[in-house]
Design a protein around this ligand. Structure first.
Ligand code: 6PG
Length: 261
C-alpha cells in the first residue's frame, strides 16, 4: 500500500525497469502491454524523467492492453496519453511501438488488425520460448504473450476494456477484440481490448490502483470474496506473478493499519 500516487508511481517505475532488464537478459527483448486511463500516467512520466537510459528501448516491444476507438490524437486516446507522458520523451524507435490502429477504422476493423499486429510482434513463442522458458513447457499453461501486462481496475471491476458481463470475457482464442461502448464508465465509446487469453499469457502483471472509488472492488478481489468472481480484474490469471500496487485511498480497510510504503 502506498501513501499517495507519487509513491506508487515511483515504485511501479522501478518494478518496470527491473522486469525490463530481466526480460532482456533472459530473452533479448522486453515486451510490455501498457495500461490506459489516468493512474499509470505518472508512472510513465517517471520512466521518462528518471529511467530514460535505464531501459534498452530498442529492445522493447510496446503494445497496448486496450484502446478507445477514437483517433490517436483524440484526448480520450490511451496512445495519446502514453505518447505525451513517455514515448515522446525517450529514445524508443517507432518500430518498437505498436498502437491499436484506430485511425479511420471501426472498432471491429481495428481489433482484427491489432490481432495480426500482436501475433506478428509476439510471434509464435511456442518453440523458442518453450525451449528457454521452463514455465512454458506445461501444456495447460497459456501461450506466453508479454513479459509484463500493466493493468488498471475500474470501480466496476473492469480491467483493460473487459467489462463485467461482457461476451468478450468468453473469448479464449483471439488476443484482441472489439467491445461495445461501456455503460458503467467513461469514455462511453467502443473499445479494442486484449482478451483474457492474451492477459493470461503474461509472464507478469502489475495492477496500478488509485482512488477511493476503487476501494470496494479492490477489497472484494483481494479478500477473494465470492462476489469478486464476476469482476474481470479478478479473472486475469497470468502465467507469472501478479503484483497489486495500491494507493492508500483504494486499499482495503483491513490493510490500512499497515505502514504505507
Ligand atoms: C482505459 C483503461 C482502463 C483503466 C481503468 C482504471 O482504457 O480506461 O484501460 O481499464 O485502467 O478504467 O482507470 P484509472 O486508472 O483512470 O482509474
Amino acid at each position: 500500500m502506498f501513501a499517495d500516487l507519487e509513491a506508487l508511481s515511483r515504485d511501479a517505475a522501478r518494478e518496470i525497469v527491473a522486469l525490463a532488464r530481466a526480460s532482456v537478459a533472459a530473452r533479448g527483448r522486453f515486451v510490455i502491454a501498457l495500461a490506459g486511463g489516468n493512474t499509470p500516467r505518472r508512472t510513465y512520466e517517471l520512466l521518462a524523467e528518471r529511467y530514460r537510459d535505464a531501459i534498452d528501448w530498442p529492445r522493447a516491444a510496446i503494445v497496448f492492453g486496450d484502446e478507445r476507438a477514437v483517433p490517436p490524437n483524440d484526448e480520450r486516446s490511451n496512445y495519446r496519453m502514453v505518447r505525451e507522458a513517455l514515448l515522446s520523451r525517450v529514445r524508443v524507435p517507432d518500430e518498437c511501438v505498436h498502437p491499436v490502429p484506430t485511425h479511420g477504422a471501426s472498432a471491429e476493423q481495428a481489433a482484427e488488425r491489432y490481432e495480426e499486429t500482436l501475433r506478428h510482434v509476439l510471434g509464435d513463442q511456442s518453440g523458442e520460448a518453450r525451449g528457454r522458458d521452463a514455465a512454458a513447457t506445461s501444456p495447460d499453461q497459456p501461450m506466453p504473450t508479454v513479459d509484463l501486462a500493466l493493468l488498471g481496475v475500474g470501480p466496476d471491476g473492469h480491467t483493460a476494456s473487459l467489462f463485467p458481463g461482457s461476451p468478450a470475457l468468453d473469448e479464449r482464442t483471439r488476443w484482441a477484440i472489439a467491445v461495445d461502448a461501456p455503460t458503467t464508465v467513461q469514455p462511453a465509446v467502443p473499445r479494442v481490448t486484449t482478451t483474457l487469453a492474451f492477459l493470461d499469457g503474461a509472464r507478469a502483471a502489475i495492477f496500478l490502483v488509485a482512488g477511493a472509488d476503487k476501494r470496494r472492488v479492490v477489497s472484494e478481489i483481494l479478500e477473494a470474496r465470492e462476489s469478486a468472481r464476476r469482476y474481470p480484474a479478478a479473472m486475469v490469471a497470468p502465467r507469472g506473478r501478479v503484483l497489486w500496487m495500491i494507493e492508500q485511498s483504494a486499499a482495503p480497510a483491513s490493510t490500512l493499519n499497515a505502514e504505507p510504503s
